[in-house]
Ligand binder design. Sequence first.
Ligand code: IVH
Length: 665
Amino acid sequence: MDRDAAAARLEELKELINKHNYYYHVLDNPRISDSQFDLYMKDLLQLEKLFPDLMTYDSPSKRIGGTAISAFKQAKHPVPMLSLDNIFSENELKEFYLRLKKALNVDEVVWVGEPKIDGLAVSLYYEDGVFKRGATRGDGITGEDITHNLYTIWSLPLQLKEKITAEIRGEVFIPREEFLELNRLRNGRGLQPFSNPRNAAAGSLRQLDPKIAAERSLDLFVFSLIHTSLTKPLPSHWDTLQYLRELGFKVNKHVSLLRGLEQAVEFCSYIDSKREELPYEIDGVVLKVNEISKQEKLGYTSRVPRWAAAFKFSSEEGITRVKDIEVNVGRTGAVTPVAILEPVLLAGSVVKRASLHNEDVLREKGVMIGDEVVVHKAGDVIPEIVKVLREKRTGHEQSFYMPSACPSCGKDLKRLSGEAALRCLNPACEAQLIEKIIHFASRKAMDISGLGESAARQLYESGLVKDVGDLYYLRKEELVKLERMGEKSANNLLIALEQSKQNSLYKLLVGLGIRFVGERVAQILAAHFKSLPRMAEASVEEMNALVEIGPVIAASVRDFFQQPETSEILQKLEKAEVAFYDESDHAIKEGTLKEYNFVLTGTLSGHTRQEAKALIESKGGKVVNSVSKNTDYLLAGENPGSKLEKAREMGIKILSEEDFNELII
Ligand code: IVH
């Protein structure tokens, strides 16, 4: 491909990627398959590699994490980034409302309610519609330039729908799911887990190397437009939010226009009730006077605007006592200390246990049995002990030491090199086997209702189920004999098992409980391989080449499929007709190769030319005879002709038969 053709294709790819990125990450409504999107990205990266000077300021390749910076630059905020006054009760909310009414001399205040995202404030600067730089809040006057990391946020538009010059402010956060996954990975790698998503987001943005932020799936909501070249009037905050949406930003979907005090109170309690369900953490509601002229009339103190306030939800921290410390054996054999607490009410639920993760964390926090501790709970994240109140010690507290033998099977525990966790390496350890069944049936895995902790334990202890493969051979006559298992629950369990056979491949993959393979990694693997047998044969290199799959994960997957126990389980599952293939993948139906032109040369060993052509066409691709600037791929077999030379010269992507097989799966 010559330079001009590459430039044109790059523009086209950039537009396609930005468009579909917007559908996926901003509107949460993808229009093409992930694999199609990956193909566009792959093409873009390849072309930019061939013609580095064609890489533009707003290229989507920046999302993947460019070069590291050597130090943070300071970024002065032309307009200070202020804070918000807090409101802690309905009474205080009423006082605030009455103050506003009086100052504005109105009968009713119209305001906007927004969830208060518990993340990190950022300021984003756009010039002529192109994202130029962004910074943290810092002390409100000067922050740090974190442009390199902000690029990695897929929902941050690199190009706005209008060519305005403006500063936009919002909050960067890590969704709960991503946070849990991140901590699982960190724990597995012997790294200290982050105590909450906010710290994780902050830690990710304060990295010199953007590859780290790129791995962490940061997200962004915006809520302010500071100064702008825009001439169109935006008389209210509500109009501003709609306009930010039109520009291509993600604005929280729960924002509401509210009239009077009652609606504001209702909104606060509604959002509080939704709090646990939201996929990100919030710590309150922000209430803002809607009309900009009224905001201006109210003005600012040196610290906060007088026209807004944060209604904070009830505390998520509490003080309680550690009654005991137990050890828990997980499904991977990791032995974790767990603090048994005097029950304490936190954020609307009773907390009785808190994970201490591993011996290092336990020592670092210095928790002893009998200690008074501060406990923090964030959404559905496992409660954490924040700190020990040492000043409350009486001298009767007892130190805790991790056992040297597995509390379940009695075998010696090992600390593998580079790992923080102690492990029971006995594959026949009962605690692990039961945990594996519980995990397999859990909601994020095979989602088998009626198979919770106690049923799993019962099935295992009765000898009916030794591994997850046995689940699909359960018979009603056997089930009804179990205690607390009536005919109805036996039937329901069998139906749930039957239904689970048709689950998407990634759910099965999550269920198998491979180390480091959580929901996201499973989705990536399933989208790429689309078949469990293919995955089982895949080399570490092949997996490692996938975006977001590193060598640790790849080795773990490879290792899992090489275990003799694994093939035994897989055989049982296969015989029971549990789906090993992702037939629901709409990529195939839609045509993964749509809009792609192929040229064939040489002899293929696995297919005739006719077959290869049919395969390409079955996925929406086209096969043409000669290489031109419109050619996307040259498929080169043995003894290729002159087309190969020509394609090379033009910078067209050349596929070996092996590459082709991978593409066509
Ligand atoms: S408006 C003048 N809206 O909360 C301050 N802030 O405590 C305007 N925050 O620094 C801020 N969600 O980082 C606003 N929907 C929201 C917010 C929000 C989270 C953060 C923001 C701000 C802090 C103030």
